[in-house]
Design a protein around this ligand. Structure first.
Ligand SMILES: Cc1cc2nc3c(=O)[nH]c(=O)nc-3n(C[C@H](O)[C@H](O)[C@H](O)COP(=O)(O)O)c2cc1C
Length: 540
């Protein structure tokens, strides 16, 4: 039976030349990876952890004890302490087997997902405006393949990747990736061609050398490359250099379960664990993300994987604490097309509409969110966010509670300032002017266009007044909901309605490199005998 088993898995390994390092990375030392010895699992076998089944001891893992699922109190993110799962080497291999077997994934797919997750995590932490030049050092196996895919995605995200791939794998999957990168004119550098000090030439170095199946001592040329990474980080930690190291799944040279045993290994700035973190990641203190938004519930349940949910449509999620950030060092270098007087619209309402459409087209979340600043008679300003609900040449409209703080302030001083911030486009728009209430009919019409829940919420909330607790407003809401359960029109309360700000000034701001931002101020002026707008450039 064992022979039959071996034949079957041999056949499998021909079909799947190199399983993705999302879950399995080959050792650089010529050991035989566990998947060569593990039976191709059936759906049924998914129900029984491999570690609990009798099995041949995988050669490559012979020094390891199979551990059962290890869960520990994970690192906290903010106040929340969450339980994060960490995988042993055997479990990681086992999940790989399941994905590649009964769950129907191919190595190409897993590699694409791994590379995309890595690229997305990099883009979340290290923006291309500051960290453009990327070197991906790729090992000969799946980890290297993940690095190649990540580099290709990073190119499309606006980075400038280069590749060091000293031991190329002569398989169609890898040569295809190389062709794709070559078609993007991504340079391939030999280990000898690399500059002595990597931090002179690169802002980000991706360590895609070894994955979780690695054990033993790194061999040439990877031993020297790892040393180069370590020494370029030593510079970095003295604050003289800013090159960051990103490790794919495992920092190369680390023990998969024990971590950096000698204490002299790579200390990545960012670790992107694939599928779930391996045990060694418990010793890691930098930016830590997990990528693998494809793992089916069968795997999550079977291994009792506890991982935070992926936000929105993201391919990666941060786990663990955000490393200590020096607030004074946070800065963006904006790169945008120039905003020139001769290219903008003569009418600021048209210019606003144009930029607003750009914000919508860019898929920004709530592009109509704006900060509204008011002040009472005492001239002490206050700001809050509101949603723009209409704009035309008569002005900018939003709705609120007339008895709220803003409402009271506007009744004393009917002037306000609006600020739109469109992150991603590096743009802001400031609008200032007198404010008046919209007509009751207009408020009425908008009130009834809102979902019934929001209408009831607006009645319940005596906005800006002190309430005894959440429970109190929830009960008020429930009562009103019951009263209005007949589906009849809910009367708009008198204290709820809209305001309209009639602009007397607009400023369009476009972020530029080296803080040389564009600022164009529109003020009312007579133009060719007619009321129009003049445009002045302000110093950034
Ligand atoms: C994105 C966003 C949009 C908001 N839109 C509105 C709005 O349109 N009207 C409103 O009354 N409050 C809105 N709020 C809540 C306000 O920011 C604020 O908490 C509330 O109006 C009370 O402000 P005040 O006490 O200064 O009057 C919004 C909050 C956010 C974060």
């Amino acid at each position: 039976m064992r022979k039959a088993l071996l034949r079957k898995t041999k056949a499998m390994s021909c079909l799947l030349p190199n399983q993705s390092s999302l879950l399995f990375k080959p050792a650089i030392t010529p050991t035989i990876s566990s998947h060569h010895f593990l039976p191709k699992p059936s759906i049924f076998s998914l129900l029984t952890p491999l570690s609990a089944r009798p099995q041949p001891q995988p050669l490559g893992l012979r020094n390891w004890n199979s551990r059962t699922q290890f869960r520990c109190l994970g690192m906290s993110s903010g106040k929340e302490v969450e339980s994060i799962s960490y995988l042993s080497q055997l479990e990681a291999a086992e999940i790989d087997e399941n994905l590649m077997g009964p769950l129907g994934f191919s190595v190409d797919q897993l590699m694409e997902l791994a590379g995309l997750s890595v690229a997305c995590a990099i883009a979340e932490v290290f923006k291309p405006s500051e960290y453009k030049r990327v070197l991906a050092i790729c090992g000969p196996g799946n980890n290297g393949g993940d690095g190649l895919v990540a580099a290709r995605h990073l190119y499309h995200f606006g980075y400038k990747p280069s590749i060091c791939y000293p031991k190329r794998t002569p398989k169609p999957l890898y040569s295809g990736l190389m062709t794709q990168l070559e078609s993007l004119s991504v340079p391939f550098l030999s280990a000898e061609d690399l500059p002595l000090d990597l931090s002179d030439n690169f802002d980000i170095i991706i360590d895609a050398i070894f994955g979780f199946s690695f054990h033993g001592t790194p061999r040439p040329p990877f031993d020297a490359l790892i040393q180069r990474l370590v020494s370029c980080q030593n510079y970095h930690h003295t604050g003289l250099k800013s090159t960051v190291v990103v490790s794919v799944d495992i920092p190369s040279g680390w023990h998969v379960e024990e971590g950096d045993v000698t204490g002299e290994g790579i200390k990545p700035d960012l670790l992107v664990s694939l599928t779930a973190p391996k045990l060694c990641a418990k010793k890691f203190g930098g930016h830590h993300f997990v990528g693998g938004r494809f793992v089916p519930p069968a795997i999550l349940e079977k291994y009792k994987l506890h991982l935070p949910p992926y936000p929105g449509t993201s391919m990666c999620v941060r786990i663990g604490k955000l490393p200590q950030v020096d607030i004074s060092s946070l800065r963006e270098n904006y790169i945008s097309p120039a905003l020139l007087e001769e290219e903008v619209e003569a009418d600021p309402f048209d210019q606003f509409r144009k930029w607003f459409n750009d914000a919508i087209a860019a898929g920004l979340k709530e592009p109509n969110a704006m900060a509204l600043s008011t002040s009472a008679k005492d001239a002490k300003p206050s700001s809050r966010m509101v949603l723009l609900k209409g704009v035309d040449t008569n002005g900018f409209v939003w709705f609120t509670n007339y008895e709220s703080r803003k409402g009271k302030e506007l009744s004393e001083n009917p002037h306000a300032a609006l600020l739109f911030y469109w992150d991603g486009l590096n743009r802001t728009v400031r609008v200032e002017g007198p404010v008046e209430k919209v007509s009751d009919a207009e408020s009425e019409q908008y009130f009834h266009s809102r979902p019934r829940g929001s209408q009831i919420g607006a009645i319940v909330s005596k906005q800006s007044s002190i309430v005894p607790g959440r429970q109190y407003i929830q009960e008020e809401y429930n009562e009103l909901e019951a009263i209005h359960s007949d589906g009849r029109l809910i009367p708009k309360p008198k204290y709820w309605g809209g305001y309209r700000l009639k602009p007397v000034a607009f400023e369009f701001w476009q972020g530029q490199t080296s803080r040389l931002h564009d600022r164009l101020l529109y003020s009312p002026a007579e133009v060719d005998g007619k009321r129009g707008w003049k445009i002045d450039r302000l110093a950034p």
